[in-house]
Design a protein around this ligand. Structure first.
Ligand code: PA5
Length: 427
């Protein structure tokens, strides 16, 4: 059963029932293209059925390798960029508590070229017993390659006897510099399926290994995704993933150029970053697509709230909300009501947060911002697995509605070409 519920009511004045009904045929075509694997980018559809067919032996290998690492080492540096790090970071942060000891420490590297970041990391690791997981599908991306060179050198210097055992590589099954090097050095390796692109790879070893190293239940994540992947309903009134894709498309057709993912739970911040890559790289091509932005409320209501309420009307908002939190924090009555908050006596902080959401949705609607709500029952591995699949499927259908290839990213190459020229890289 889906733990996700989408409320489209605040779109009523912008999209009519007949607008949705008129799009049904196009949705059916997109669905057929996707499921019969005849649409654009069809060699990258491995993510579609992977959760329901997840190889048992692979799950076992990941579990064994990560349990072994967790016994031997105390800190894991995960090197990767884009689709090779955002999904893992999103899930780990969503499941972690903001203060206190993490189950195991997972640190990310290779997603920036900052020397400040990497030199402080190397300094920090001096007091640790670290292992490194290097992730790159192509095996040639500059940022992670540089970070790997630095960290490999660190391990070789500080742990000369066993540095190779401290390195795990996740990369293409047969090609690329990293695959060749990993095989040569004898690292523990996992393969990224050929037919799964970077931003769709969180439910492959790319995301599952770091998430398992952090101590979370990866089988539950995959199960959550699998529970949605078996649904092949196409009726817009019955399939809320397709209706979300349809709503976004119709708003894009009405001239909206941006979608803001607004959430009231700060631990979803990196989930929003993952979502931004998934939607930005999948749809932003051929001069089409919605720019994916995000806002953490109520924090950002005190920075972006003014613009959202009264600025240029070129966007809509999707609220990602969570119905139940693991802890309840209630406000008590105070004898001297100096802060004038006694009217909230006995109310939970979640209740106040919920009212903040309702008040915000109402205000933004009054400000002529169409909005919808994607409500997650609670946050755990299973529901996050569902949410991942929800968005992956939505963006695939969204790309086909826009008539672009949702599975390539040709525009990411130009900066690299320029950077290599400026660096004097030999051709
Ligand atoms: O979605 C994508 O394909 C990209 O964001 C890649 O994940 C990113 O560029 C990193 O590539 P690689 O894993 O080949 O190092």
């Amino acid at each position: 059963m889906s733990q996700i519920n989408v409320n489209f009511n605040n779109l009523n004045q912008f999209i009519s029932d007949s607008d949705f009904a008129n799009l049904q045929e196009k949705i059916n075509l997109a669905h057929n293209d996707l499921h019969s694997k005849t649409g654009r980018g069809n060699d990258y559809l491995g993510w579609l059925d992977l959760p329901q067919n997840f190889p048992v032996d692979l799950m076992q290998r990941i579990t064994e390798a990560t349990e072994r690492y967790r016994k031997l080492y105390d800190t894991f540096v995960v090197i990767g960029i884009g689709g090779s790090y955002l999904g893992a970071k999103a899930i780990i942060e969503s499941l972690s508590t903001p203060f206190g000891e993490p189950k195991s420490e997972v640190i990310f590297a290779g997603h920036t070229l900052s020397s400040h970041y990497h030199s402080s990391l190397l300094e920090y690791l001096k007091t640790k017993n670290p292992a490194v997981v290097v992730i790159s599908k192509s095996g040639t991306t500059t940022e992670p390659a540089i970070a790997f060179r630095l960290l490999k050198d660190f391990l070789r210097t500080n742990f000369p006897n066993d540095y190779k055992q401290r390195i795990m590589a996740i990369t293409d099954s047969s090609k690329g510099t990293l695959r060749n090097f990993a095989d040569m050095e004898g690292y523990t390796t996992f393969s990224i399926p050929d037919d799964v692109g970077g931003r769709f790879s969180v439910l492959t070893p790319v995301g599952l290994v770091p998430i398992a190293l952090a101590g979370f239940e990866i089988a539950q994540l995959v199960e959550g995704a699998a529970s949605l992947s078996v649904d092949t309903e196409t009726d817009l009134e019955k399939n809320q993933i397709y209706k979300y894709a349809a709503a976004r498309y119709l708003l894009h057709e009405q001239g909206k150029s941006m979608e803001i993912l607004s959430y009231f739970e700060p631990r979803l911040s990196f989930f929003a970053e993952w979502w931004k890559q998934l939607f930005g790289e999948s749809e932003g091509k051929e001069n089409k697509g919605l720019f994916p932005a995000s806002a953490c409320f109520t924090t950002d209501l005190h920075s972006l709230g003014q613009y959202i309420q009264e600025g240029k009307r070129n966007f809509f908002e999707t609220f990602l909300t969570v119905a139940e939190q693991p802890h309840s924090l209630k406000l008590k009555k105070e004898q001297f009501n100096t802060d004038k908050l006694n009217y909230l006596e006995g109310k939970s902080l979640d209740f106040v947060n919920q009212k903040a959401f309702e008040g915000t949705a109402e205000a933004h609607l009054e400000g002529n911002v169409p909005n919808l709500e994607i409500r997650l029952s609670h946050i755990d591995e299973f529901t996050l697995g569902q949410l991942i699949y929800f968005y992956e499927k939505a963006v695939a259908i969204g790309g086909y509605l826009l008539e672009v290839n949702p599975f390539d990213q040709p525009g990411v190459e130009l900066y690299k070409k320029n950077m290599f020229r400026l660096l004097g890289k030999p051709s």
